[in-house]
Write a protein that binds this ligand. Structure first.
Ligand code: ATR
Length: 265
């Protein structure tokens, strides 16, 4: 058996097992490969990864709170993961741990279009924002970064690039990306973030990394105003597809993964 897993704490809500198992089944690998969610506390993380690397595991995805801890224990770290400062994909080869980040490439793929030269506003300055900023800067976008705690957006821009902004007007931007957790617990994005519903319009792309059962308030408002929208599930699917390709060497069946991720509760 070739085993794959997502490691997180908590992790029971993850849609990755449904998505990856559907992809494995679609390619006829369901009998030989499997993907499960494993709840791993931070104090158990290193030992668990070492034992997976020494066993029959091929790879793992990482989610909260393990994405930064993995930087230190990797035997081999991709340039992307090192520059972003976060790991979401591990591959185990001959007992050693290879660490990568597919969040950045997955995010870019979800946009399905040119971002070079576009004006983009990033909301948030945590780990998710770092991958987005890194990806967009590499593609030549012009970036402003807003964060509730200004010191963090300043630090992020010092580290990676982009310009911190205190009071952005969303009409100035062609691409707006919410990387904050606002909306996850039912918070109102128009109260917590520098956004106004009547300032979205056609010609804009609005991305919300938060996902749930329904379109978020942010995406519903953007869509109603004629903007293009990309939700967090699409980004999950695109990063998952890249991880799948790293592990199996096969082209990921995107449609199958998308359908499974949207169905999974
Ligand atoms: P992640 O690694 O998933 O990005 P994180 O590092 O905890 O998670 O970052 C969460 C982001 O959501 C931060 O940008 C945070 O802002 P602060 O740096 O000011 O904490 C943002 N965030 C969370 N709740 C928020 C709220 N109610 N209003 C505005 N921003 C919020």
């Amino acid at each position: 058996m070739k085993r794959l897993a997502v490691l997180g704490h908590p992790v029971s809500h993850s849609r990755s097992p449904a998505m990856h198992n559907a992809a494995l089944a679609e390619l006829g690998l369901g009998g030989e490969w499997s993907y499960e969610a494993i709840d791993v506390r931070p104090d158990e993380f290193e030992a668990r990864v070492r034992s997976m690397a020494g066993g029959d595991c091929v790879g793992a995805n990482l989610t909260i709170p393990h994405k930064e801890a993995a930087l230190a224990l990797a035997d081999e770290l991709s340039e992307t993961a090192r520059e972003i400062g976060a790991v979401n994909t591990l591959s185990f080869v001959d007992g050693s741990v290879r660490a990568d980040n597919t969040d950045a490439a997955g995010f870019l793929a979800s946009l399905e279009g040119q971002v070079g030269g576009k004006r983009a506003l990033i909301l948030g300055a945590g780990g998710a924002a770092r991958a987005v900023v890194w990806a967009l800067l590499r593609e030549g976008a012009e970036l402003s970064v807003w964060n509730r705690t200004e010191l963090r957006s300043r630090n992020l821009c010092d580290d990676l690039g982009g310009t911190p902004v205190a009071a952005p007007d969303i009409r100035d931007y062609e691409l707006i990306v919410n990387t904050t957790s606002v909306g996850l617990g039912g918070e109102d994005p128009f109260a917590e973030l520098p956004l106004e519903t009547d300032r979205f319009g056609p010609g804009q792309t609005v991305v919300d990394m938060v996902y749930g059962e329904e379109p978020t308030l942010l995406l519903a408002a953007a869509e109603a105003a004629g903007a293009r929208t990309v939700d967090g599930i699409e980004i999950l699917v695109r990063q998952g597809a890249r991880s799948f390709e790293l592990w199996t060497g096969l082209e990921a069946p995107l449609e199958t993964m998308r359908a499974a991720a949207r169905l999974a509760i």
